[in-house]
Design a protein around this ligand. Structure first.
Ligand code: MG
Length: 288
């Protein structure tokens, strides 16, 4: 199933994407969850109920995709964990060694924006970069999850653009400031359940474009640490919970490594695409 959150009359609603339409779950009747977070917390039986309910959705529930405004799939994730340097060619292009243990950092909700919302280039940044990333949304939570079991803990997969303020990311060894400026983290719009993708969402083409020009073009099979390994590694030190988000790192081709660097500026349109999941597109604006 392909799910999304969208805004209707100011309120965020849960939808199911079918062909060129979004089915508004709130119009399908029954006691169905109103948000993706609630659906994840409700568990797999309710997901199955939802799948049944949308089969008989009234015509009034079907909204053309191009007519709706996407919202964040998870408005305020309990945890938003990012893996850095998870593609060998990207590690090399930044002058880093291939990691033996993943570089992990975190994002806060104030940095996140939905698809199609403006991404804000901070006044202080000349080095504004993009990073297309396969992103895990955790279903069942857990601690010390074994790698062999880890894919059972995935609710679905989405797309993240880990837009990076390189001027600040590289001030110290800690990446927190450069990865947390307000309005620099597009997430979504679609969340695809694992049954519609290869195991671990491996083997999917992942690309990014700026103003239609391809910048990154790789495959999720090239990740150094797989989806299952990342879940095992993160849950070794903390409890993962329903709705937690893990962005799995970006392939080579970032602006920082281009000669000359291809930094993003106001007026640009950036897209991140993953085969079978969708396209995450956003305009760039300057901070007011
Ligand atoms: Mg990244």
């Amino acid at each position: 199933m392909k799910l999304m959150m969208f805004k209707q009359n100011g309120a965020a609603r849960l939808g199911v994407v079918e062909d060129e339409n979004v089915i508004d779950v709130t119009v399908c009747g029954g006691a169905l969850p109103e948000t993706l977070q609630a659906l994840i917390e409700a568990g797999p039986d309710v997901l199955a109920t939802l799948a049944q309910a949308i089969k008989s959705a009234p015509e009034a529930a079907k909204l053309p995709l191009e007519s709706i405004t996407p919202a964040l799939p998870i408005e305020c994730p309990g945890k938003f964990i990012c893996v850095g340097l998870n593609y060998a060619a990207h590690a090399r292009e930044g002058g880093h060694d291939i990691p033996e243990y993943p570089s992990l950092f975190v994002r806060w909700a104030t940095s996140l924006v939905p698809a199609e919302a403006p991404v804000i280039r901070p006044r202080v940044s000349e080095k504004f970069d993009y990073e297309a990333e396969l992103t895990i949304i955790i279903g069942n939570g857990g601690r010390r999850i074994a790698e062999e079991d880890a894919l059972n803990y995935v609710f679905g997969y989405t797309i993240f653009n880990d837009v990076s303020v390189r001027d600040y990311q590289r001030k110290t060894a800690q990446w927190t400031p450069g990865k947390n400026f307000d309005g620099t983290g597009p997430l979504g719009p679609h969340v695809v359940t694992p049954d519609e993708l290869p195991p671990g969402a491996s083997g999917l083409r992942i690309t990014s474009r700026v103003n239609g020009e391809t910048r990154q073009d790789s495959n999720t099979a090239d990740m150094i640490f797989s989806t299952a390994q990342i879940i095992a590694i993160v849950s070794e030190f903390m409890t993962l919970e329903a709705g937690d988000v893990i962005a799995t790192g970006t392939p080579s081709g970032v602006a920082h490594a281009m000669k000359p660097p291809g930094w993003m500026k106001a007026g640009d349109r950036v897209e991140a695409e993953i085969e079978g999941i969708g396209v995450l597109a956003n305009p760039i604006i300057d901070e007011a």
